[in-house]
Design a binder for this molecule. Sequence first.
Ligand code: KG4
Ligand code: ZN
Length: 358
Amino acid sequence: MLVLGIESSCDETAAAVVRDGREILSSVIASQIELHKPFGGVVPELASREHLEKIEPIVDEALERANVSLKEIEAIAVTQGPGLIGSLLVGVCYGKALAFGLDIPCIGVNHIEGHVYSVAFENPPVEYPALALIVSGGHTNLFFIPEAGKYKVVSRTRDDAAGEAFDKVAKMLGLEYPGGPVIEKLAKEGNSNNIKFPIAKISDGRPDFSFSGLKTAVARYVRENEIEPLAKGETPNQAIKDLCAGFQATVIKSLVGTMEKLAVELVPKTLIVAGGVACNNALRDAAQNAAGKLNLPVYFPSKHLSTDNAAMIAAAGNFHLERGERADLRMTADVTMRLQNFENEDAALKKKKVRYRL
Ligand code: KG4
Ligand code: ZN
């Protein structure tokens, strides 16, 4: 089945043509990083306007690069949520209208499930049960996946996402947006042993993540040690490099330590690490190391497929389409979409008054 994937949940307009959920014929991404750089983060209004301008040329380019015509496309998979409402609506409206016009099926895809499916390419098929760590600018979750399509959140962030922490710490230090790649580069030249930060422990004992305390600890360290944010064009000094190394090491230790602990408990057959932060080589090395100790395979997407893209949306959509699922014209963007449909624990958490921001 030839599926056209469309992704517009945040600051990337992307389209891809994927065969049978495993073979990428084309994957085109228009990143808005330069547009949002002066603001140090994504400006929702600017993002949705840019999506509107880019969606048609990007879809056309994806078809052209795949060397297929619209008539050959058999279904459309589009990100339905979570994400920014204005951004999501552009992709959802475009995808639905195109599918209606072509009289082919359309499916709304959960963006996080898309990240899980980003490992469907360039890796052996996932063996279930799997344990997936999805880390990006908006999400930090560990999912237990007993079989394809079933998800249980076994750990999540109580406050900031890991990528968001990278971005905010970078902003604090006067580094460029997005912060992840810049911090990774500087961390390589720094010594993480020079600045140690504590890993947040959740008082109710759940294996959840928390990164806002770490952000505050970095801010305090910056203040107390009189570290000045970099001016434009200024070269980072050793203190900033060490700070980046210490911060990155703490985030990775928290992510991989929790994944390892839950893997021992849940005995998966495959580990998955995906999402924008999975671009980070130090995280990949730590996850690989943990997987080695557990004697489990760990799958990562290639760098192109780690950040937001439409090939992963087409792959996730392909799975649901094969099961006969279809969206009708009432399907619309859903910013609150969650990925948990197995042993739903929300009610129990509400009773315990556990609050999550995401
Ligand atoms: O998956 P993604 O493109 O968008 C969301 O769905 O959020 O992830 C973007 C996030 C940003 O916060 C960015 O700083 C982070 O991924 N990121 C990294 C690296 N490359 C991107 N974080 C750490 N190290 C990297 N090399
Ligand atoms: Zn994403």
